[in-house]
Design a protein around this ligand. Structure first.
Ligand code: CP
Ligand code: NVA
Length: 312
């Protein structure tokens, strides 16, 4: 039997865990993997590999995209939640990591603090993927940038308007801008700004702050937003509804963006809160492609973490 050299363990805990060159590779692989899927062409390089998915928060897209994606690649999936595992009964995260990573080949975690996923990864024998933390959502931005490239072209040199909370999505857009060379126009209500240290940025060169959300959208190539209240912050819901009332992406905001600007939202969305129905259901919105592309880019990511650079 000939065994190929083992692929060194790489984790995907934040957007900066891959290089710009590796993103170019991943986007090319996602294009090819998506083409195969659309053509019903079998592609099963992960036969006998198992993905453990750990959810400490709710999910629709992340669960379905990872689970369907892993099965399509020939592998299988174990699904764990806080409520139905010892994770919810105070087993140390380090012990869970040691055990789970002895029986599976790859772990995807959705949890609260980034520190938790970092601790898990540091005791894991296998790659760990961030499926959303309070601080970051790298798989979503991977899908969003792939969707932009698919619809337009390179995102390099472009302007992305972020309207809303300075949350996990905003932080990850900022990391991507710094790494891939585009600019983010940020508009957040007072008290909900991005914290540059939490976002882990090297400088403030790749973003500009705007008080008025419409000014942030002016001339943008892409306008994007997210829920006013992220998972884990539900106790702040009423205060946030008041603070965010003017941060609804509506037709007036899309009017001042470039005429061919796209609208994105990671979903789930609340029509009439962070986005109007006219915009999310309108001609500039690419939210359904964006959701579907989660699966294609994550298949490319799992291939990369387990097999290294697969050339077409
Ligand atoms: N966008 C996203 O991550 O969706 P889910 O919360 O449904 O997984
Ligand atoms: N910012 C949102 C994203 C949901 C996919 C949250 O963390 O709840």
């Amino acid at each position: 039997m000939s065994l190929s050299a083992p692929v060194p363990v790489r984790h995907y805990l934040q957007f900066t865990d891959l290089t710009a060159d590796e993103y170019t590779h991943l986007f090319a692989r996602a294009t090819e993997i998506k083409r195969k899927f659309k053509a019903y062409e079998k592609y099963r390089p992960l036969v006998d590999r198992t993905l453990a998915m750990i959810f400490e928060k709710a999910s629709t897209r992340t669960r379905v995209s990872f689970e369907a994606g892993m099965y399509q690649l020939g592998g299988s999936v174990v699904h764990l939640t806080t409520g139905d595992s010892q994770l919810g009964r105070s087993e140390p995260i380090e012990d869970s990591a040691r055990v789970i990573s002895r029986m599976t080949d790859l772990v995807m975690i959705r949890t609260y603090g980034q520190d938790k996923i970092v601790r898990f990864a540091s005791h894991s024998r296998v790659p760990v993927i961030n499926g959303l933390t309070n601080e970051f959502h790298p798989c979503q931005i991977l899908a969003d940038i792939f969707t932009y490239i698919e619809r337009r072209d390179s995102i390099q040199g472009k302007t992305v308007a972020w309207v809303g909370d300075g949350n996990n999505m905003a932080n990850t857009w900022l990391q991507a801008a710094e790494l891939l060379g585009f600019t983010v126009h940020l508009s957040t209500p007072s008290g909900y700004e991005v914290d540059q240290a939490v976002a882990g940025l090297r400088s403030a060169d790749s973003y500009k702050i705007f008080k008025d959300p419409e000014d942030a959208c002016r001339g943008a190539d892409l306008v994007t937003t997210d829920v006013w209240t992220s998972m884990g912050y539900e106790a702040e819901n009423e205060a946030r509804k008041k603070a965010f009332a003017d941060w609804c992406v509506d037709e007036a905001m899309m009017q001042v963006a470039k005429p061919d600007a796209l609208f994105m939202h990671c979903l789930p969305a609340h029509r009439g809160e962070e986005v109007s129905a006219e915009v999310i259901d309108g001609p500039q919105s690419v939210v359904w492609d964006e959701a579907e592309n989660r699966m294609h880019v994550q298949k490319a990511l799992m291939e990369f973490l387990l097999l290294g650079r697969v050339e077409a």
